[in-house]
Design a protein around this ligand. Structure first.
Ligand SMILES: Cc1cc2nc3c(=O)[nH]c(=O)nc-3n(C[C@H](O)[C@H](O)[C@H](O)COP(=O)(O)OP(=O)(O)OC[C@H]3O[C@@H](n4cnc5c(N)ncnc54)[C@H](O)[C@@H]3O)c2cc1C
Length: 267
């Protein structure tokens, strides 16, 4: 990409960012750049449109106590240090300190899906915590549940401004990863106990993180962790990629879910 290939916008406030994003057509949002910089290197960055650099838009920060708001530009290092579980453990599990000091929550939530693309492991933690996503785009600003947001993501251009969540009563996060630096998690499971029951979600078992609804139903019916985890692959379609085969993911997911639930119930 050359400087002349894209027009740059550098908003100085959230309001300016929303105005510059408009309906999102032809706009590439640039946050921490840990996914987008390699796209530039490999010549895959969109050209001819506008790049919206969010660095100075004032979208970072964690506020609130019971109901917590986390700005889209909050770095994963700050999410990891926040103590807001299961997000903090999920953020602390991403890559290494160098990446976490640059990568943002918004970028993780909006990580492009696909077997070869880096995933957003925090999506599972946000699903488990029953978070809401505040975003702007065509039709103005609105707040969606994380389930709705991920269901529509990538079919609709939205500028994420913040996520909001109630602090869960208890939460746990567990990932399966390769033992070398710069590795991506093969799969990750997050669970959280909210006022209306336990939510369980997994990343790395499809293009985006998913709720494990059959496990949640089994738990609500009184099943023990291992028994409920037996339903972990119901409605889930794991994929083959460079990290692991679909078969391996199907075999290991129930164990990962069992251990995450045991951690939740013991914590
Ligand atoms: C070596 C390495 C290891 C990694 N390991 C992991 C890992 O273990 N787990 C993991 O989950 N990820 C991992 N990643 C991927 C990445 O670091 C994270 O997903 C990160 O949180 C992305 O955030 P970013 O701010 O850098 O995103 P960017 O690169 O700036 O953007 C990513 C995507 O999100 C969009 N976007 C960004 N912000 C917004 C917003 N506010 N509104 C709408 N769209 C937006 C961008 O347009 C782009 O499509 C790794 C990356 C590297 C380089």
């Amino acid at each position: 990409m050359r400087a002349s290939d894209t027009e740059l916008a550098m908003p100085a406030s959230a309001a300016e960012a929303v105005e510059a994003f408009g309906d999102g057509r032809g706009v590439t949002v640039f946050a921490g750049g840990t996914i987008l910089m390699p796209e530039i290197t490999h010549g895959r960055y969109p050209t001819g449109g506008r790049t919206l650099m969010l660095t100075r838009a004032g979208l970072e920060g964690i506020t609130g106590d019971g109901r917590i708001e986390i700005g889209a530009m909050t770095r994963l290092a700050d999410v990891a240090a926040s103590g807001v579980e299961p997000l903090a453990s999920a953020a602390g599990d991403v890559a290494d300190p160098e990446v976490r000091s640059q990568a943002t929550l918004g970028g993780n939530l909006c990580a492009p899906p696909g077997a070869e693309s880096p995933r957003g492991d925090l999506q599972a933690a946000l699903l488990a915590a029953g978070a809401s996503v505040r975003s702007a785009g065509a039709g103005g600003e609105r707040t969606d549940s994380i389930d709705e947001f991920l269901g529509r993501a990538h079919s609709e251009a939205r500028l994420v401004l913040a996520v909001e969540l109630e602090r869960p009563r208890r939460a746990a996060y567990l990932s399966l990863r390769r033992a070398h630096a710069h590795s991506y998690a093969v799969m990750a499971v997050a669970c959280a106990e909210l006022a209306d029951g336990i939510r369980v979600a997994a990343a790395g078992v499809g293009p985006r993180a998913v709720r494990l609804a059959a496990v949640e139903r089994a738990l609500a019916g009184g099943a023990a962790a291992a028994q409920a985890a037996g339903a972990a692959t119901d409605g889930v379609t794991p994929h083959d990629d460079a990290l692991a085969s679909a078969w391996y993911r199907s075999q290991v997911l129930p164990t990962l879910v069992t251990r995450a639930l045991e951690r939740l119930q013991g914590g």
